[in-house]
Design a protein around this ligand. Sequence first.
Ligand code: NIG
Length: 439
Amino acid sequence: GAHPAPAAAAASPASTLITDIGELWTLDPALDDAPERQVLHDAALVLEGGRVAWYGPAADAPAADERVDAAGRAVLPGWVDSHSHLIFDGDRSAEFEARMAGRAYAAGGIQVTTDATRAALDASGGDRLEQLVRARIAEAVAGGTTCLETKTGYGLTLEDEARSAALAARLVADGTLDEATYLGAHLVPREFDGAHGRPGAGAYVDLAAGPMLEAVREQAGDLLRWADVFCEDGAFDVAQSRRVLRAARAAGLGLRVHGHQLARSGGVALAVELGAASVDHLNHMSAEDVDALAATAALPVREDADGRLAMDAGPTVATVLPACDLSTRAPLAPARALLDAGAVVALASNCNPGTSYTSSMSFCVATAVLQMRLSLAEAIRAATRGGALALRRADVGHLAVGARADVHLLAAPAAIHLAYRPGMPMTAAVWRRGQRLHP
Ligand code: NIG
């Protein structure tokens, strides 16, 4: 189909100086031992060739082709949202309303979205679905998100997972999306309910760990780097999840896990056992679960080419999803306890139609501060550096010289306004790879 081309790089100035920055959060990894030096005042930043070329005191800033006056406002690295499910069609607002009236969340709602998504994939070659996903990503960018992961998982047939993966791969190829994840093991679809002679869950796991995974790899190639499983009662048990993840690793994918969202169902131990890059949700956690994740924090990362880190080395990041916790009225994930124990924590939106229909990372940061009791610096770090590590990327989540020029200019003089003024529009401008995307 005819898809809008990404804004031509040639239209951007060769270099941009952003100056008169009241508070500049570089989060420069070289200064991790001196965090007080990772936030500068009266600072400037130069973007060139899609990378950060310079930062320092505004008075010392070099000239550039374009000059942007931050007028004393704060600048952060763009948010890194390491968990979303944007490839969907259909509406679940009635389910949400019923939940607010007292009904519990159950994984079965995924089938409703799957039906609508399959229909959208069939209609006009999936063009409508692609437009929906692009619009959702634009919405995330307008809220300061500059690095985004999204998943398949609402197709749940070989063909529909492959088509969802192909869509994600197209978005990665043109730079709209950063990371794509195969989530064929999201729910056992009704065709595999084992009733009336139909195949059962075991046959679906065989498919998801075998031909479906192969079809996804064939469609998306190396543009899709991850596999995820929903390890939960009502979805996939530990043995089934392990089977899919091992097959995915053998196929060259990095591993992620949805764990302990509805119960303490074993996803955390499985993620640690397999060296997954991240385990996400974490609403039902014992002290041992917290310690198991903290124990991975010291595992060394390994640098590959292009600012990427090896996908099978390093900590299992504890990814908390505060917007999801609120939307499902779940017990909040113990982000405070995880940090106190020494775990690496990431904050992500989990934008999806069932449990968290928001892509606002600024909202997640506000919630993490106000309700999860993170300090502002901890929450910002989790929403930038934490997400980057969960995606095994060294090129995003900070503004060191050489980093991807992903910049979030806040509509406030200091980042504390994110939590101090919750729900207020906080994004003044956004650049990705040095290109201004918003407004
Ligand atoms: O991350 N937990 C599994 N997947 C999504 C919810 C999907 C849905 O309900 O449609 C989540 O919360």
